[in-house]
Write a protein that binds this ligand. Structure first.
Ligand SMILES: [Mg+2]
Length: 183
């Protein structure tokens, strides 16, 4: 039997961008990513994007029992910038194409439709800092296999409890969630 998918958002779960800016969280390292201008040039005049990553997270993610997949605005750039810091191999990614960052009038996250489509009926878990009940309802209505939408606070990023919840789902995707899950 194939393993469930784990869709990974970068900013929020892996990069706790909303943590206090003056204090990098323990265990994290700082990555500075040059910002591409409209004309495609890498400019030194624009401030690079600061990304905090915990290099331990890659090893943990690889052991959770999932096939990992990026579900992030970084799309393929996550393999260039994020994966090497975490010690992850290049991963497949959801290509959001035209709907990238395009808000939907019904309030469902713009990622949700493409994520469900990508899953193609396979059980999946998804970690993101922007999930709502509307996304859960969408997944219930459009995805016929188990799906765990696991919200992560962008002030703290992924923590032990999150990994525990994911590992539980990875072992038996159809089982009811353990108590103590964060919504
Ligand atoms: Mg995010």
């Amino acid at each position: 039997m194939s393993r469930p998918l784990l869709f990974l958002d970068v900013d929020g779960p892996l990069n706790p961008y909303a943590a206090k800016p003056e204090r990098r969280p323990d265990g994290y390292t700082t990555l500075r990513v040059p910002v591409e201008r409209e004309d495609g040039d890498l400019s030194s005049r624009r401030r690079p994007l600061r990304v905090w990553l915990d290099p331990e997270h890659g090893r943990i993610l690889l052991r959770l029992g999932f096939d990992l997949c990026w579900a992030t605005t970084w799309m393929g750039d996550a393999n260039r910038w994020i994966a090497p810091v975490l010690g992850l191999p290049a991963l497949p990614f959801v290509d959001f194409g035209d709907v990238l960052l395009r808000e939907r009038p019904d309030g469902v996250h713009w990622k949700t439709g493409p994520v469900v489509e990508y899953a193609g009926g396979r059980p999946f878990a998804w970690v993101d800092d922007e999930l709502s009940e509307l996304d859960r309802a969408y997944v219930s209505a459009h995805h016929r296999a188990p799906g765990l939408l696991h919200h992560v606070d962008p002030r703290v990023g992924l923590r032990v409890d999150d990994f525990r919840a994911l590992a539980g789902f990875g072992r038996s995707p159809g089982a009811p969630p353990a108590t103590g899950l964060r919504a």
